[in-house]
Write a protein that binds this ligand. Structure first.
Ligand code: PLP
Length: 395
């Protein structure tokens, strides 16, 4: 007998992946250049050259047995130290290597964080709109993911709903800013208020409530927007970082967990991560990739294209009458659909070869996501298709 639990998941495949596969198929018919594929958050700008050069240099000159050998279970010590130093310099923290655990991307980092602070039956709260993979990520730990409904005016936190849902079983609050799918960056005011509420509830319930801060888009922030470093505001913060988007390295599966040194259990949590890895098999991320990212810690891919694309889309969409909160970062925008059912709206858009993702999948029906990590030239061409779509279907 195969596992019923995983067999059941076959019926609930990722809507984003299904749309992305559809776009690829459509591309085979009409040429992928003519498909305005806004489905998948796959970076469209190359990794910095320094990363590639560093990889070549290591492949040519380093001892292959150590270069391709197992990493220590918590990560390579020099890499952990370099990450701690870089975070301290950038965000005024005081991490040591003992607060850093190397993981396979944000997904890997989150898989450890959930398990470190919850047991089966505990609750984790997150906020709509949210990254849909949080469902399988959390469900398979035995903890229960509960979703706080959105504040669609701003896509900051809906505090009334949050406080109502913040019961005694909640052991962690999972946030993601800059946010996929809204593109919104939580303001300092939002984070201060969140931290304040959690500290009070920790006192009231007599147990820790952790913030798990999912930060793969931390570096993708647009002009005039400040993205506060969440851990500065709350001691029990576990930051989950990934180089997938900032360095355009999603295929290399590299990131880390950073536990705030002010968290009383910080070092224990990091050491526990090494044990969690043994169970879930997300262990020992590739040594060569750890060493290479450590050489480019303060670099990013050329992320400016995302802001260019955002401005093009934002201006066009608002000009067409869409309601849309302006993104402060990421490569996503999340406008309100022009009819109540965003699934129908997105289905109609397919006729114009516009691949849009309905907000239902992000816990926010009536909206849709566009992932504009595509060439600017294609974004420009897509605007005509958008205008045609809106005029024909909603004119
Ligand atoms: N969290 C969010 C909000 C994401 O958007 C993604 C990927 O798109 C992930 C986590 C997973 O990132 P990674 O590729 O680093 O595992």
């Amino acid at each position: 007998m195969v596992s019923e639990q995983y067999r059941a998941m076959l019926g609930g495949k990722s809507v984003i992946r299904i749309l992305s596969e559809f776009a690829t198929k459509r591309g085979e018919e009409i040429g992928y250049d003519n498909v305005f594929d806004y489905s998948l958050g796959n970076p469209s700008v190359p990794v910095p050259e320094e990363f590639t050069e560093c990889m070549i240099e290591m492949l040519k000159n380093s001892d292959p047995c150590s270069l391709h050998g197992y990493s220590p279970s918590l990560g390579i010590p020099s890499v952990r130290a370099a990450i701690a130093a870089s975070l301290n310099e950038r965000f005024g923290m005081n991490y040591g290597p003992e607060h850093i655990f190397m993981a396979s991307g944000a997904a890997g980092a989150l898989a450890h964080a959930y398990r470190a602070v919850t047991k089966p039956g505990d609750e984790i709260l997150t906020f709509a709109p949210y990254f849909p993979e949080y469902n399988p990520y959390v469900n398979l730990t035995g903890a229960v993911l509960k979703v706080v409904p959105p504040d669609t005016e701003s896509f900051q936190i809906n505090f009334d709903a949050f406080e109502e849902m913040l019961g005694e079983k909640v052991m962690a609050v999972l946030i993601n800013s800059p946010n996929n799918p809204s593109g919104i960056v939580y303001s300092e005011e939002t984070i201060l208020r969140l931290a304040d509420i959690l500290r009070k509830k920790e006192q009231e319930y007599g147990h820790d409530i952790f913030i798990i801060s999912d930060e793969p888009y931390r570096e993708i922030v647009f002009a005039g927007v400040k993205a506060p470093y969440v851990s500065r505001y709350y001691a029990n913060t576990i930051s989950c970082y990934s180089y997938s988007k900032s360095l355009s390295l999603p295929g290399e599966r590299i990131g880390y967990v950073a536990v705030n040194p002010a968290c009383p259990d910080a070092e224990v949590i990091v050491n526990m991560c090494g044990q969690i890895s043994r169970g879930i098999g997300h262990n020992c991320p590739p040594s060569i990739i750890q060493l290479a990212v450590a050489k480019v810690l303060d670099k990013t891919a050329d992320l400016s294209v995302y802001e260019t694309n955002m401005n093009l889309l934002y201006d066009c969409l608002t000009g067409l009458g869409f309601t849309c909160v302006k993104p402060g970062g990421t490569f996503y925008i999340f406008p309100k659909a022009l009819e109540e059912d965003a699934k129908i709206f997105c289905e109609k858009a397919l006729k114009y070869d516009l691949i849009l993702v309905p907000g239902d999948t992000f816990g926010c029906p009536g909206y849709f996501r566009m992932a504009y990590c595509i060439e600017t030239e294609k974004v420009e061409r897509s605007l005509a298709a958008l205008r045609k779509f809106v005029a024909a279907e909603y004119g």
